[in-house]
Design a protein around this ligand. Structure first.
Ligand code: GUN
Length: 298
């Protein structure tokens, strides 16, 4: 019996992202001690988008909890592109800082590509720089910093299915540079057969119904309904969408209709409490890895 089937039988289908994220943080704390490094993380927020402010605060707090040096830069909404580039340039040279993260999206006057490419690749803990993206794409992942949400999602998939994903059909919904494309590359590296579904895909539900693994990262509330899912599939929901309900209150939902899909899936990551906490743990892991690599190269 596969691990996925055992999920079906004992009816514990939620993949607990909070617990997995905590597991990773515990390992990070002990590796930090045994490697005797002092990782430093700089997080930059431009503007006051409420959701981004919460994410950034959570990242800084978790860095502190791990015993890292944690610096948060809250820049005004009107900050110019050159001011952001200057700050990054100084952080690139700052020996106390191992990881630099600029929270996206950025205000219109700032070109996100220019900003991301200005981060030194060895400090690019988001894994968005061309060098890190290229390393992932070509399978040279030993030296790469990998994007946090896809690596966290892969960790959860392996929690449900075990380490060996060879031959599984994985369907990734969404083709963003932050999640969809790197997720597809990671799954390919795991010997999955990978299909990417996007806004122009014809009959997406038919393709998705063939999947052993579904990763939904498209930002459309509850797009994936029961008809999209093959019985026994493992479903990872990356979406975090705030919707307003009929009574006027608001709540968070994923890209998957959880209530419909839960009975059909072998395992499903809930929103909240699934992928979200994993993204932050993987960011801490990248920051620690960057600090250890710096120590070993000096
Ligand atoms: N905005 C949404 N997700 C992310 C992420 O993973 N990194 C950054 N920097 N911004 C984001």
């Amino acid at each position: 019996m596969s691990i996925a089937q055992s999920f079906l039988n004992n009816d514990k289908r939620d993949i607990d992202g909070k617990e997995a994220a905590r597991e990773i943080i515990d390992v990070i704390k002990s590796r930090k001690q045994s490697e005797n490094v002092q990782p430093g993380l700089a997080v930059i927020l431009v503007g006051e988008d409420p959701a981004s402010s919460v994410y950034v605060r959570n990242k800084s707090n978790r860095a502190e909890e791990c015993g890292f040096l944690s610096r948060q830069y809250n820049l005004h909404e009107d900050t110019s592109e050159s001011e952001v580039l200057e700050l990054i340039e100084s952080l690139n040279k700052d020996n106390d800082i191992d990881g630099i993260l600029v929270q996206l999206p950025l205000p219109d006057q700032i070109d996100p590509h220019k900003v991301i490419q200005s981060i030194a690749p060895e400090k690019d803990v988001d894994g968005f720089h061309y060098l890190n993206a290229g390393r992932l794409m070509t399978g040279d992942i030993e030296d790469a910093l990998l994007p946090c949400t896809p690596t966290g999602s892969l960790y959860l998939i392996k929690k449900a299915l075990g380490e060996n994903l060879t031959g599984k059909h994985a369907v990734v919904i969404g083709r963003s540079n932050i999640v969809g494309k790197p997720m597809a590359s990671l799954l390919l590296k795991e010997n999955c057969t990978v299909t990417i579904i996007h806004s122009r895909t014809e009959r997406p539900e038919e393709l998705c119904r063939q999947a052993d693994i579904v990763v939904a990262a498209v930002g459309i509330p509850e797009l994936v309904t029961e008809e999209w899912i093959k019985p026994g599939a493992v479903v990872i929901d990356v979406g975090i969408n705030r919707i307003t309900t009929k009574d006027g209150s608001s709540r968070l939902v994923g890209d998957v209709n959880y209530a419909e899909v839960y009975p059909k899936a072998a395992a499903i990551s809930p929103v909240p409490g699934g992928v979200g906490p994993m993204t932050i743990s993987m960011l801490m892991q990248n920051t620690l890895d960057a600090a250890i690599r710096k120590k070993n190269h000096n």
